[in-house]
Design a binder for this molecule. Structure first.
Ligand code: ADP
Ligand code: MG
Ligand code: MG
Length: 876
């Protein structure tokens, strides 16, 4: 027989997978002798089984639950539905990872018309008894039967109005009794059946509701955002009640052992007398600060302080606890490692090391790398932010703080920023043409679009602040104005937006720049000691490169060169090259670009102070570069000595039905070797020059994109090597350089043994590799992936989390095939996944040498790489 139910006494903290976090910790607290109301936990496996059985609790599991009710009755000396000494319980969900968005707790289960009379009489406290009963009906109706809280709240409000009282506690026993009866009528009206009076029926209903809540939409979204697999399931805890609502010598509270906002050591929390469950956080009355509890409840407070000390020492981490005091006696209802801000996480980790509670390695392992994001962007001055009142809210799409003058178009953003103004770009939505304007702006605010809208994705990539989808904005782009919260904003008015919370403020809130100092610096230094993966950055400009270098990047893993052709002083020359008829004409046009490109590389090398730079050769299809404006076309025709029609015909000929799979990547170098030659001259000349000036030993790494075949790669590589060697010889210099390729087409991975013979390194371009492996267009998949999530076909966006099963298998294959052919071959990744912690763990496991990610993700990657190394070592 499989065991699906455990008494608290039978479990411990290590059984989190089976008992869920809450259950495992209730068991652990029981074992270390803390006062915990006893009960049992139904395992996560029972939840999985429930789904396998078509959302039914099978007889075997029901049988075990009934058996454990018996055991619980023995332990507590109380009986379900009993007329002498009735057992009342709470039913609480509890997944492995704490998950807001799941089921609310049901308290006081086991009550019915008979039992409530019994406890009213026995306790001599009818007010309490009826308070429990009306709460139970309310919670059960809401949580199990989904009747909706508001109907009950309305009835309470009516009753308070009728009695002329303000607070729940002022209602008398009779009022509450009347409310209970109204609640039951409401239940019958909505459900069409009597409120269940059999405690066992109530219990099974509640347990099913917990299992069901694992699959509710809120829970599904939370899981996807937090890497929690659907297959885990939730446990259910059934616990005997402790009562905080029996009078003024009772109460309930929540507390942290350290401040979750700052990490400061010391009790932090709140307590409410004569209250139950969520009253403290629900704001029914104003609770007291935890420290004030000392005067009112000296005994219980002393006891609680001891418990806090015990728990911190036991778990060696900041604890978040829930407790209840019943007639002066303390009961512990929950403990867990408390959620905290990134700032607090760093302080607590350092303090725990200083207090001798944790090793440096453990401290590094206990910080969630994804949290660091909030520390890496400019922040609002905390004090100023506290005093400010938001006028609206959108989605916190890309963290950071931005303030400035409002502009309504990308062109204006560029122009104003060019004049040294700080601007916030406000648009209905953004599109690819807006990118330069988005870069120039401090932040971006859009009316439409979700977390994966163009604005959101691009802003995150650039590390810019973005608030998306603020539907309350009434926009008039033509008149350059919008209204929000009754205020009309015009061009040039000031606004502040918070990309972390999504809040929007009128006027300027001062910001402070992010830096890796203090505790942040200390933790990062520890991380660097433990990691073996190198962390590089994806950067195309000296500014980004410098930022990344400050944030700890060890070189550039991906420098996209296309933007270097877009800039005003080069685009004309590049268009000439595209519209040329002969090699000579093309070379002449490219010669104009060469000095610019060379100086771009020099600036990048300088910014990185000698670290390696991987330069990726031109990748996008040529049609992206051609002019669309009539005037530009005419100008181009003139310089080329062609007619406008001829130029238009050339542009039309570049049209492709599927440009992602069209004439791009190294295919451009195959058809126009002149481009690769020019880029090689620029890369090599810049390296020779900077090495000479600075006395450095930069080893430029030339990366050929999109290869799928070794002969194709050899063709381009031979051109590169020939030109590079000529340049080195002509300069009479010594320079080591590497030529490698991106692995981003499945065929490249499949033929990696052949390709390895032509490459010094492989860099996995997992954006394209994911796209080509799935056959999903990255730009279009958002439209149908939501249906995949809903049907549980996929739980994750493969473009955000590396698909280890398929794409990962291709990566492993490429390494396994490539290594024996070329033992010096080194491996990296430069897709979006290079900055995602769970993907980084995989990269570490399959033996990559480096990950490369956007500048602001560098510290996250450093920490994630350290955690991956620590985990791998401990699993050995
Ligand atoms: P959540 O996971 O949302 O915090 P919990 O299961 O912890 O939900 O329950 C919420 C609150 O209900 C707890 O803070 C506690 O005050 C109260 N509660 C739960 N079980 C009991 C119990 N057995 N006795 C008294 N109060 C309880
Ligand atoms: Mg809780
Ligand atoms: Mg690519």
């Amino acid at each position: 027989m499989h065991k699906y139910v455990y008494l608290f006494k039978e479990g411990n903290a290590d059984m989190r997978e089976l008992l869920g976090g809450k259950g495992a910790n209730l068991a652990e607290m029981t074992n270390i002798g803390l006062p915990v109301p006893q009960g049992f936990t139904i395992t996560t496996e029972a939840c999985t089984q429930y789904y396998e059985d078509g959302r039914e609790i099978n007889d075997e599991i029901q049988g075990q639950i009934n058996e454990y009710i018996g055991k619980m009755e023995e332990i507590t000396g109380k009986k379900f539905g009993d007329k002498e000494n009735p057992l009342l319980v709470s039913v609480r969900s509890g997944a492995r990872a704490s998950m807001p968005g799941m089921m609310d707790t049901i308290l006081n289960l086991g009550l019915n018309e008979d039992v409530v009379e019994v406890i009213a009489e026995k306790s001599g406290n009818p007010r309490w008894a009826w308070d429990c009963y009306r709460r139970f009906i309310q919670m059960y109706s809401d949580v199990v039967m989904e009747v909706g809280k508001k109907y009950f709240e309305e009835l309470i409000d009516k009753m308070k109005a009728k009695k002329g009282v303000k607070q729940d506690v002022e209602l008398t026993a009779d009022d509450l009794k009347e409310l209970a009866s109204q609640f039951k009528k409401e239940y019958k009206k909505k459900i069409g059946k009597e409120f269940p009076s059999d405690p066992k029926e109530q219990l099974m209903g509640a347990i099913k509701a917990v299992f069901r809540s694992w699959d509710n939409p809120r829970a599904n979204v939370y899981r996807r955002d937090n890497d929690i697999p659907y297959s885990w399931g939730t446990a259910v805890n059934v616990q005997s009640m402790a009562f905080g609502n029996m009078g003024d010598d009772c109460g309930t509270g929540v507390a942290f052992t350290r401040d979750p906002a700052t990490g400061e050591k010391g009790l932090f929390g709140e307590f409410l007398t004569n209250a139950q469950g969520e009253d403290v956080v629900a704001g029914v009355r104003t609770p007291m600060k935890i420290a004030e509890m000392e005067q009112k409840f000296p005994e219980a407070f002393k006891q609680f302080q001891d418990v806090c000390k015990t728990l911190e020492e036991h778990y060696r981490d900041m604890q978040d606890m829930e407790f209840t005091v019943e007639h002066g006696q303390l009961y512990m209802l929950q403990t867990r490692n408390g959620k905290r801000t990134a700032q607090a996480a760093l302080k607590i980790a350092c303090d725990l090391v200083d207090e001798g509670m944790r090793t440096e390695e453990e401290a590094v392992a206990m910080i969630d790398p994804r949290n660091l994001d909030t520390l890496l962007h400019p922040q609002f001055d905390a004090k100023a932010l506290k005093e400010a009142e938001p006028i609206g809210k959108g989605l916190g799409a890309s963290p950071g703080a931005a303030c400035g003058q409002i502009v309504f178009s990308a062109e204006d953003a560029e122009e104003w920023a060019g004049k040294g103004k700080k601007v916030v770009l406000v648009r209905l939505e953004t599109s690819p043409e807006d990118i330069t304007g988005m870069k120039a702006a401090q932040g971006i605010l859009t009316v439409r679009g979700g977390m994966t809208s163009h604005a959101a994705v691009v802003a995150r990539g650039m590390g810019s602040c973005c608030v998306s989808g603020c539907g309350d904005i009434k926009m008039n782009e033509a008149k350059k104005e919008f209204t929000l919260a009754g205020i009309t904003f015009h061009e040039g008015d000031t606004i502040s937006i918070d990309g972390t919370t999504g809040c929007i403020y009128e006027g300027i809130i001062p910001t402070v720049d992010a830096a890796i100092v203090g505790e942040f610096g200390r933790v990062m230094a520890w991380a660097d000691k433990f990691r073996t993966l190198k962390v590089r950055t994806n950067a195309d400009t000296p500014r980004d490169a410098k930022k990344a270098h400050e944030l700890g990047a060890e070189g550039i893993g991906l420098c996209r060169t296309e933007h270097m052709f877009f800039e005003e002083d080069r685009i004309a020359a590049f268009r000439e090259m595209i519209c040329s008829d002969t090699v000579e004409e093309r070379e002449k046009a490219l010669d104009k670009i060469l000095p610019y490109q060379q100086s771009d590389f020099e600036a990048l090398y300088e910014a990185l102070e000698g670290d390696s730079v991987v330069v990726r050769y031109l990748d996008p299809p040529l049609h992206e570069f051609v002019p669309t404006e009539e005037a530009d076309i005419a100008a181009l025709a003139k310089t080329q000595g062609k007619t406008v029609e001829q130029i238009k015909a050339i542009i039309d000929s570049l049209h492709e039905f599927n440009p992602m799979m069209g004439h791009r990547g190294l295919r451009l170098a195959v058809t126009y070797p002149e481009i690769a030659k020019m880029q090689t001259r620029a890369v090599i000349r810049a390296a020779i020059k900077v090495n000479k000036e600075e006395g450095w030993k930069i080893v430029p790494e030339i990366m050929i994109p999109l290869s799928c075949d070794s002969k194709e790669l050899k063709f381009v590589k031979d051109i590169v090597v020939k030109v590079a060697d000529e340049e080195i010889k002509a300069a009479n210099a010594k320079l080591e350089y590497k030529v490698g390729t991106m692995i981003e087409i499945p065929r490249a991975a499949l033929t990696a043994d052949e390709i390895a013979a032509q490459a010094d390194f492989f860099c996995f371009g997992t954006n394209d590799l994911t796209q080509m492996t799935f056959g999903f267009s990255r730009d279009d998949s958002g439209k149908f992936l939501s249906a995949y999530y809903k049907e549980k076909i996929f739980e994750q966006d493969p473009f955000a989390r590396l698909d280890q099963t398929g794409v990962g298998k291709l990566m492993k294959m490429a390494i396994t095939l490539g290594k024996p052919v070329n033992k010096d071959l080194h491996f990296g990744i430069c897709g979006e996944h290079g900055g995602d912690p769970s993907s980084i763990e995989f990269c570490n496991a399959i033996g990559l040498d480096y990950v490369s990610c956007s500048p602001f993700r560098v510290p996250i990657a450093r920490l994630a790489a350290a955690q991956a190394a620590i985990k791998a070592k401990n699993n050995k």
